[in-house]
Ligand binder design. Structure first.
Ligand code: R7I
Ligand code: MG
Ligand code: MG
Length: 307
């Protein structure tokens, strides 16, 4: 049980560290020359700010989804300096202006809804809290997504990332089999584009091609199907090394803050907070808030599982 507490904390802090380390390199091309975390990291972006909103709202609502509350929490926390995606900004500003919380996201992108990676980047707390209840995990991940991302691919990206967090938090780091992990992910009902990429990841794990080919085949962009898969790949190719998971994610370039945020969530969930250098944690912005929320989420998990 002690380990599980450390893994909740590791996953939340791993997300914020990945986000703030990757933030300096957004939009660069492979191979990104990554400097030490202490030189560039510490300040997080929209990825962590929205994850904080998910945590705040789940904690106050006993782990259940309350759309109005969560949407209002996103609006309350919104700080444009955190570099939100344009779709998410527009949705949150419309909710601030008084539109019902579930309307603007449906109307985004000419009615298609967003498939940006903004739902997946914030979903880690759902994967942690519901790691032993897949049906509930899928339901809550979907609900948390639709506040800003109603396109099927945006929601599925969040479900995939949440389930990967759930598998990571339950896995034994000494015996984790990446191919077995992938087989479990492939049992999810997802669109073809995700299944194609999950199959590619399995192949690459057995026999890795050059990194530029992995990048061109999986993608490193701002949309969910081109960022969640490479985050999972970078995690599964370095499962024993927190540093290497984040470093390799950022080296790939593209949407570096978000991809490292997602792979950091996975590495932290598997390896626990002890795998994160203490001097990294010390320089993290709002670290006390994130630590407290991770502990509260674990206590909520305990409370819910004792019923
Ligand atoms: O998904 P979202 O919140 O953005 C998150 C990203 C992360 O990288 C953060 O670090 C931050 O930098 O932003 O914001 P959205 O604007 O909803 O989606 C991101 C982008 O995906 C959009 O601006 C579009 O370029 C693209 N996109 C779409 N394009 C066409 N049609 C998303 N959905 C669509 C669509 O339906
Ligand atoms: Mg960001
Ligand atoms: Mg990003």
């Amino acid at each position: 049980m002690k380990h599980l507490r450390s893994r909740f904390l590791g996953s939340i802090l791993g997300s914020v560290i990945g986000d703030s380390w990757g933030a300096s390199y957004e939009g660069r091309y492979y191979p990104v020359d990554v400097e030490d975390f202490q030189l560039v990291g510490g300040n997080y972006t929209d990825d962590s700010e929205m994850m904080k909103g998910v945590l705040e709202s789940l904690l106050i609502n006993n782990g259940e989804f309350n759309g109005l509350h969560m949407a209002k929490t996103f609006v309350k926390n919104y700080d444009y300096r955190r570099r939100y995606g344009p779709g998410a900004t527009s949705v949150l500003m419309q909710i601030k202006d008084g539109l019902p919380w579930d309307r603007p996201a449906k109307e985004a992108f000419y009615g298609a809804g967003s498939f940006g990676n903004g739902a997946a980047m914030r979903i880690c707390p759902v994967g942690l809290l519901y790691h032993n209840d897949l049906a509930k995990l899928e339901t809550i991940a979907d609900q948390v997504s639709v506040i800003t991302h109603t396109h099927r691919l945006g929601r599925e990206g969040a479900i995939l990332q949440a389930y990967a967090v759930a598998l990571a938090v339950q896995a034994d780091p000494r015996t984790l089999e990446p191919i077995e992990f992938m087989k479990k992910l492939r049992s999810l009902q997802l669109s073809k584009v995700y299944h194609q990429k999950l199959e590619r990841i399995e192949t690459y794990l057995s026999s890795p091609p050059p990194v530029d080919r992995i990048i061109s085949q999986l993608g490193v962009n701002i949309i969910a199907p081109e960022s969640v898969p490479i985050a999972i790949y970078n995690f599964l190719s370095n499962t024993s090394n927190f540093y290497e998971v984040l470093h390799s994610s950022i080296t790939c370039g593209g949407d570096t803050d978000t991809i490292a945020c997602m792979s950091g969530a996975l590495a932290g969930a598997l390896l626990g907070v002890k795998a994160i250098p203490k001097n990294w944690i010390d320089i993290l912005e709002d670290v006390d808030i994130f630590q407290q929320m991770a502990k509260d989420l674990f206590d909520l998990y305990l409370k819910k599982s004792s019923k």
